[in-house]
Design a protein around this ligand. Structure first.
Ligand code: AMP
Ligand code: ZN
Length: 143
């Protein structure tokens, strides 16, 4: 598990151009490149150039910048590759499926009629709590 700068981080290596990547966007703070194992053509990863591990670590201002780039690149996937939808995905923690411990957002382009298994998985896992249970959980979570 790569969880800190002391250990080898593949995304830091991409930022330093020590590892190859197919880059689609770059500015002073952010880099976006194609996922090496895409779920669809154009599947893009957006990362801060600086090493932050996950959602608990990344400063809010940097997350805002990544959101703005997500919008641009999401629209770009639709406009340039003919998709009609995009999933934005992020995993914090191994339990959530995070495998590279340098913060990143996945942009997964989608097209009507082509399943990549999300919906099937989602609906197969969903449970159906009562309104009372939903309200109790909401109350526990309220900020
Ligand atoms: P996650 O499971 O959310 O941490 O996603 C990590 C993603 O990084 C996976 O989709 C990998 O395919 C992708 N990935 C790992 N190494 C590279 C690399 N060298 N270049 C591009 N994408 C990579
Ligand atoms: Zn890193």
């Amino acid at each position: 598990m790569v969880s800190s700068l002391e250990e080898k981080c593949i995304f830091c290596e991409i930022v330093k151009r020590e590892e190859k990547a197919s880059i689609v966007y770059e500015d002073d703070d952010i880099l976006a490149f194609l996922d090496i194992s895409p779920l669809a053509k154009g599947h893009t990863l957006i990362i801060p150039k600086k090493h932050y591990v996950d959602i608990t670590d990344i400063p809010p201002e940097m997350l805002s910048k990544i959101s703005l780039v997500s919008k641009k690149l999401g629209e770009n996937l639709i406009n340039k590759l003919g998709y009609d939808g995009v999933n934005l995905m992020h995993s914090t923690g191994a339990s959530a499926g995070q495998s590279v411990f340098h913060f990143h957002v996945h942009l997964i382009p989608r097209i009507s009629g082509e399943s990549i298994g999300f919906q099937e998985w989602w609906f197969s896992r969903a449970f159906h709590p009562s309104r009372k249970d939903l309200d109790k959980t909401a109350n526990d979570l309220k900020l």
